[in-house]
Design a protein around this ligand. Structure first.
Ligand SMILES: C[S@@+](CC[C@H](N)C(=O)[O-])C[C@H]1O[C@@H](n2cnc3c(N)ncnc32)[C@H](O)[C@@H]1O
Length: 206
């Protein structure tokens, strides 16, 4: 079965398929309501995305995921939940952040359990690079948040080293409770340690 013919009508409206992959996204077109936008990068099966959308009806949530099978599943879940404030885009994370998100428009990014690529020769495939931080910085609003979590201690250390070179981010100290992702639920069963960080976009030190 080709393209998106598999989708029921409601589900088709939930996946946002851009008319062009070089034009920046228009959130009013995607959500039909003006509200702060949060983005879940690599949203997987959408467990976190849907829970956030249900808990925060006055905010918009965009999931970005590259795998078609997962995007299909998220569309079904969102359709069943009847959430008008949650939409999904099938796209590669770094490309979407750097090229499709308008500057200073995103109130929060959630990057939860990105693939760790633990082998040294695969580190260049990791999502978090200096260029990725720069793209996040550009897309975030003033005071916007970057929420990240990983169970890979080495990846977390390398992310922390990058953050030290980025004066435009500071650690956000307020206790914040988030719903668990599907991946996190599996880790919790095994008691695996999780590293989590909330960063706030602040003014660069001059
Ligand atoms: C380990 S899973 C975590 C999923 C979800 N965040 C969770 O915690 O349950 C990583 C997810 O990121 C997606 N992903 C990996 N690299 C990506 C990329 N470059 N662009 C978009 N999605 C990506 C994978 O397909 C997968 O769904």
């Amino acid at each position: 079965m080709g393209g998106r013919a598999y989708l029921q009508q409601d589900e088709a409206a939930i996946e946002f398929v851009p008319g062009s992959i070089v034009e920046q996204l228009n959130f009013r077109e995607i959500f039909g309501q003006d509200a702060p936008v949060e983005v879940d990068l690599g949203c997987g099966d959408g467990t976190f995305l849907v829970a956030m959308g249900a808990q925060n009806p006055d905010r918009n949530f965009l999931g970005i995921e590259r795998l078609l099978g997962r995007v299909r599943g998220v569309c079904r879940t969102i359709a069943r939940s009847h959430l008008g404030n949650v939409r999904i885009l099938q796209m590669e994370n770094s490309y979407a952040v750097a090229h499709l998100l308008p500057a200073s428009t995103i109130s929060a990014f959630h990057v939860l359990f990105p693939d760790p690529w633990p082998k040294r020769r695969h580190h260049r495939r990791r999502l978090f690079t200096i260029e990725f931080f720069d793209a996040i910085d550009r897309a975030l609003e003033w005071n916007g948040l970057l929420h990240l979590a990983t169970d890979d201690a080495d990846y977390f250390r390398s992310i922390c080293e990058m953050i030290r070179t980025k004066p435009s981010f500071s650690i956000f100290e307020e206790a914040t409770k988030f719903p668990m992702t599907a991946f996190e639920q599996k880790l919790a069963v095994n008691g695996a340690p999780i590293q989590r960080l909330l960063l706030r976009k602040v003014s660069p030190v001059r």
